[in-house]
Design a protein around this ligand. Structure first.
Ligand code: SMG
Ligand code: MG
Length: 370
């Protein structure tokens, strides 16, 4: 049981080493909410995976901040001694808002595990101490620039290249990358930019031996993905559409996907993420760990999750250098074999550097238990 005495929210901003463009927009900096909880025994950190605008999902930074301030934090304080496994039920009166909920659950779990001297990876049931990493490559200004970026990431050792695509910047780009690199694990992510009537694009992509096509259709859809999956050979992977273990079960039963991207923030936290992992494992469906350009806090959280047994494909768990010149935490460095170590210290196993955290902070608010 853990009693949270205080909560501090910070809005932080860190420049990205290169702009990241998806089918829904472009970012040049990472801006996110970081929560720090103080319990009777320890401090805990949680990073919210929402962004400045509600375009990946309906959550966004200021919305998450407000829902935490006005509803989730008061409920957590009122609950008194809480067991982290019960926190989701304390938050259940708030519909949706999984990213905001995950932020607090992660922070409380981190504090609880630090107090016990236990790593998050061990708590979740990790079976490996290193995880294979891929990289997600944003939509580049030209095919030449894309080929140069892909070549650079492969030289660093990344085990899988994922190309962001959008209508008009898809088949030709994928063909160019496949012709340059015949053997690599290659996938694409559309972030919901297509419609079922675009099936010909996916039939054309079938020719390139892709590992998967991620979230081709609407961000909440399961049904049309099941129709698309029947029409193409490439495995569909769902990201945005999977918001819970129940969604994962429905998607797999419907035949909407054959692979699942797990992002703990998108499904409301690590405990639900583990349930998504377990449902997929039950059906023999592989999962992999997604990313939301997290700082070292969220990235270390992801690495612990990615160490579970059914994370069978390289994740978007890239090294710090892929995102930032300077992170909030010590850099996570890719080994030449394309792996990152799973943090094994207490909790998430990393701490933000106080000076860097302060320098990145744009806004702070503190809440105390009465
Ligand atoms: O963390 O490397 C990362 C980003 C991976 O492509 C990535 N994430 O849909 O999977 C996805 C996107 C969403 C990012 S939008 C900020
Ligand atoms: Mg995705």
């Amino acid at each position: 049981m853990t009693r949270v005495r205080s909560l501090e929210l910070r809005l932080v901003a860190i420049p990205l080493v290169r702009p990241f463009r998806t089918s829904f927009g472009e970012s040049t900096e990472k801006v996110c909410v970081i929560a720090r909880v103080e319990t009777d025994d320890a401090l805990g950190w949680g990073e919210c995976v929402s962004d400045v605008e509600p375009n990946f999902s309906e959550e966004w930074n200021d919305g998450a901040w407000n829902v935490i301030r006005d509803f989730l934090a008061p409920a957590m304080f009122a609950a008194g001694d809480v067991d982290v496994e019960r926190l989701a039920s304390v938050f259940a009166f708030v519909r949706g808002n999984p990213m905001a909920k995950a932020t607090l659950e992660n922070a409380v779990l981190d504090a609880e595990l630090r107090a016990q001297g236990r790593s998050l990876a061990s708590y979740l049931g990790a079976v490996r101490d290193r995880v294979g990493c891929g990289v997600s490559v944003g939509i580049a200004p030209s095919t030449d620039v894309l080929l140069e970026q892909v070549g650079g990431y492969l030289a660093e050792g990344y085990r899988r290249i994922k190309l962001k695509i959008e209508p008009g910047t898809d088949v030709d780009r994928v063909r160019a990358v496949r012709e340059a690199y015949r053997e690599i694990l290659l996938s694409v992510d559309a972030n919901a930019a297509y419609r079922l009537t675009d099936v010909e694009v996916f039939r054309a992509l079938d020719e390139f031996g892709l590992l998967m096509v991620e979230q081709p259709l609407h961000h909440e859809d399961l049904w049309e993905h099941s129709l698309l999956q029947r029409e193409i050979r490439t495995d569909v992977c769902l990201d945005e559409s999977i918001r819970s273990a129940a969604d994962a079960r429905a998607a797999i039963e419907l035949g909407s996907c054959r692979i699942v991207n797990i992002k703990q923030g998108r499904v409301g936290g690590l405990l639900e993420a583990k349930r998504v992992h377990d449902v997929a494992a039950e059906f023999g469906v592989p999962v992999w760990c997604g990313g939301m350009l997290e700082t070292g806090i969220g990235r270390s959280t992801n690495l612990a999750l990615a160490a579970l047994p059914n994370f069978r494909l390289p994740g978007d768990t890239s090294a710090t250098s892929r995102y930032f010149a300077e992170d909030l935490t010590e850099p996570l460095v890719l080994e030449a074999d394309g792996t990152l170590p799973v943090p094994n210290g207490p909790g998430i196993g990393v701490d933000p550097d106080p000076a860097r955290l302060e320098a990145a902070t744009r806004r702070t608010e503190r809440f105390e238990k009465e």
